[in-house]
Design a protein around this ligand. Structure first.
Ligand code: ATP
Ligand code: MG
Length: 286
């Protein structure tokens, strides 16, 4: 469907703000598709037991794009993000249907091995979660289990490069064998980013990666996101509209499990296509 047809399908004026999006037929407005997609999501529904949490989401995430996902608490942002590397598999009652392709590979195919998938599509969580190991071993962990280095010198090099890319090398190079948990919160989050990039992912998912950090540590992570986007595709969930505006190319607005609007970030924050997006960004709910 063309963009124009998509807009035609659901005019903002048809939406009643009090009742949220329609329960039935639903179309995302704006530009959910991308000419150079890294991830192609089609008609994804997610259920926790018999309760549906995500409704019929179709979205492309472009190569080297940073896409921000915003929306009120409980609207399904984390649930949707976790679909992209099969992390919902770890929740017994969770069921995901539809299609999600990483380039040509169907990642919802139950036959694929999720261990290499999660190296290709890495994830950084809300709360920094370094392993109770040294800084070195935190970063070396993934390369070791995926057999990415045959010699110690190669492993040393992966560890150094990953810490450099994560903007942490200068702060830790003299204490690589100290525990990762002894770093500050912002440093721990950069360590987790180094651990994620050490296995050369193609996509990095970040679920509110700065929510536990102070403004200085947050600024560092945001700078890092800009640098990382040269080499990786990044999907970031954030509650901070300023952060979405600073780091992302496109923004996706979720509401009660539905993907309401996707557009260039600047447009979403200045001239959204949908009334629900407008209500959210102007602080009328959420
Ligand atoms: N493990 C779970 N078991 C059952 N229901 C869940 C589970 N995780 C999430 N849900 C439900 O799915 C819906 C979407 O939750 P989700 O955590 O994806 O929202 P969110 O947009 O990330 O919210 P927040 O901004 O608060 O993090 C909510 O109704 C939530 O209660
Ligand atoms: Mg969440």
């Amino acid at each position: 469907m063309t963009e124009a047809a998509l807009k035609e399908a659901k005019q903002p004026s048809e939406i009643n703000l009090e009742s949220g999006p329609d329960a039935g037929e639903h179309q995302t407005v704006g530009a959910p598709f991308h000419d150079n997609a890294k991830i192609t999501v089609r008609n994804v529904d997610v259920f926790y037991a018999d309760k549906q949490a995500v409704f019929d989401v179709s979205l492309d995430i472009g190569k080297n794009e940073v896409i921000a996902m915003i929306g009120p608490s409980g609207c399904g942002k984390s649930t949707f993000l976790r679909c992209l590397n099969r992390m919902n598999d770890t929740i017994d009652i969770c069921r995901v249907t539809g299609s999600i392709k990483l380039e040509e590979k169907e990642i919802l195919d139950t036959k694929i091995d999720v261990v290499p998938l999660r190296a290709e599509v890495g994830m950084v969580f809300q709360k920094p979660n370094p392993f109770p190991k040294s800084i070195y071993d935190n970063v070396a962990y993934g390369p070791r289990i995926h057999g990415l280095a045959s010699r110690r010198s190669e492993l040393d090099e992966i560890v150094e490069t990953s810490l450099q890319k994560a903007g942490l090398w200068n702060e830790v190079k003299d204490r690589l064998h100290a525990p990762g948990t002894g770093l500050s919160g912002g440093q721990q989050q950069r360590l987790c980013i180094a651990r994620t990039i050490a296995v050369s992912p193609e996509v990095i998912l970040m679920d509110e990666p700065c929510s536990a950090l102070d403004p200085i540590a947050t600024a560092k992570i945001e700078e890092l996101i800009a640098e990382l986007s040269e080499n990786f595709t990044i999907a970031i969930v954030t509650h901070s509209m300023q952060q979405a505006a600073r780091v992302s190319n496109r923004t996706a607005y979720f509401h009660m499990g539905k993907l309401i609007e996707v557009n260039e970030t600047e447009q979403v924050f200045t001239n959204p296509d949908h009334k629900l997006t407008e209500a959210y960004i102007t602080g009328r709910f959420g």
